[in-house]
Write a protein that binds this ligand. Structure first.
Ligand code: 5AD
Ligand code: SF4
Length: 458
């Protein structure tokens, strides 16, 4: 099927894995002839790629879909599609299907590669289509070779694995994204080489738990091996240019010292570790089925800081897990003060149907949860507030991403993942897309300012 002169409005909610799915959705739509618009009112196809991790993400989608009723009345040929993690849950799809009879197409994460066929069924047969077939171990091959439409410019995300086997008790991801499966190193390498040839300078490897990469593949490539091989790509192979590689998300239970050694000895691997801790209490970690203790978590951080003194460390924390006592929460605050994270993504626990935690008794009042949450934000702010001062006087390697914001002539990101305003660049020199050295002279709240010291590599 090909469509003519049709415009799609697509919107992705949630994490980077979902954004990567969105890029494949847009790739498939472009291939069958759709153009793209950011004006929802002029669209012939509206597609929401949804997230299920917390309840408010779902509430927002219900609100956004509900608001389309007038548009559908004005234009009966408008196609409305909802896909992704949220609708991979049967009870949500049932509710969505019944509440919004004007939604034409609903498909889950496993049906993503079938999008062109599903759309054809909607258009040709003029009927509503639902495909949320639950495939616990979906085929990998049908995700390879999908067309991809990226908008990242200098940056690109490359999924190295799909799904998750960890079953943290609060989390819906293993239910909506299926069993963990890794792409082959060859598939990953081909994609990376293609991206670098297209001018990409920063590659983010994506997986729910990148440290368990390779399980089930023949050939025994671990994540440390994969990173070592990517770091070792010869500059001649990629036309003399250079790139940086980062990864998320690491899981503390699977992050090995060997991996930290590989990062410490590498030339291109980012010096930023995103290591979600979730809670500072061993009791809560056990109830969450996280598989590590705070002692083990702290040991990894200490080793990482010992091997890579400049490393930046960020985390995710959940407040108000069922049964979290004041004492558990105090241990989270203690951990924040002790580790001094560079930044943290913070969440109030959200009950997800079908997960183990949804069965646990929860005696903490909602009001208490939100006051703990605010208290935690204040402690995070105090503990991390001056974290960037440690970079003053240091020379950082920065990928310049383009014109600067207030203050800097250019702006970029350092190997540690720190946003950098670059000043004192020679007049008429455009350093966009180049790796440059800068010397930090000022720490700002969420960035540093540095003086240009020269182009490092193209
Ligand atoms: N409630 C609150 N936060 C959650 N996360 C995952 N599931 C939930 C939930 N049910 C958070 C975790 C995870 C991040 C991506 O989202 O902190 O690391
Ligand atoms: Fe969810 Fe845990 Fe898997 Fe992360 S590792 S996606 S929190 S189950």
């Amino acid at each position: 099927m090909r469509v003519k002169a049709k415009l799609a409005y697509t919107r992705t909610f949630g994490c980077r894995a979902n954004v990567a799915d969105g890029e494949r959705i847009n790739g498939m739509l472009a291939e069958i002839g759709y153009g793209f618009t950011r004006d929802i009112n002029s669209a012939d196809l509206i597609l929401f790629n949804t997230c299920a991790v917390r309840e408010n993400a779902e509430t927002r989608v219900f609100g956004n879909v509900g608001a389309l009723i007038h548009q559908k009345r004005r234009n009966p040929n408008l196609i409305i599609a909802v896909c992704g993690c949220m609708v991979q849950q049967e009870h949500i799809t049932e509710k969505l299907y019944k509440t919004f009879p004007f939604v034409d197409l609903i498909f889950g994460t496993h049906a993503l590669p079938k999008l062109p066929q599903l759309l054809e069924n909607v258009i040709q047969e003029k009927k509503r289509v639902v495909d949320i077939s639950d495939s616990k171990t979906p085929e990998m091959s049908d995700r390879e070779n999908l067309p991809i439409r990226r908008e990242g410019g200098l940056k690109a995300d490359v999924p190295i694995m799909y799904g998750c086997d960890n079953f943290c008790t609060y989390c819906v991801v293993p239910y909506v994204r299926g069993r963990e499966r890794s792409r082959t190193p060859d598939a990953v390498f081909n994609e990376i080489r293609g991206l670098i040839n297209d001018g990409v300078k920063e590659i983010m490897l994506l997986g729910q738990n990148v440290n368990s990469y390779g399980k089930g593949l023949t050939g025994n490539t671990s994540f440390a091996d994969l990173l070592r091989q990517i770091d070792g790509i010869k500059s001649e192979e990629i036309g003399g240019s250079d790139f940086r590689v980062s990864y998320m998300t690491s899981h503390p239970k699977d992050l090995s010292k060997e991996l930290i050694d590989v990062i410490a000895e590498s030339a291109r691997i980012s010096h930023h570790l995103h290591l979600p801790v979730q809670s500072g209490s061993d009791e809560v970690l056990r109830a969450m089925n996280r598989g590590y203790t705070i002692q083990q978590y702290t040991d990894i951080i200490n080793y990482a800081r010992f091997r890579i003194p400049r490393i930046s460390i960020t985390t995710d924390i959940i407040v108000g897990f069922p049964g979290e006592t004041r004492n558990d929460f105090d241990q989270t605050l203690d951990l924040i003060r002790k580790i001094r994270f560079d930044s943290a993504y913070t969440f109030i626990y959200s009950k997800r149907e079908g997960t183990k935690a949804a069965q646990m008794s929860d005696n903490v009042e909602a009001g208490e949860k939100s006051s703990r949450f605010n208290e935690m934000l204040a402690v995070l702010d105090e503990a991390s507030g001056s974290a960037y001062e440690r970079y003053i006087g240091k020379t950082l390697n920065v990928l310049c991403e383009g014109a600067g914001r207030a203050g800097g002539e250019f702006s970029g990101k350092s190997r540690e993942g720190v946003i950098t305003d670059i000043v004192n660049t020679p007049k008429d020199l455009d350093i966009t897309g180049k790796f440059v050295n800068i010397k930090v002279d000022k720490a700002l709240k969420w960035a540093v300012q540095g003086v240009f010291r020269g182009v490092f590599k193209k």
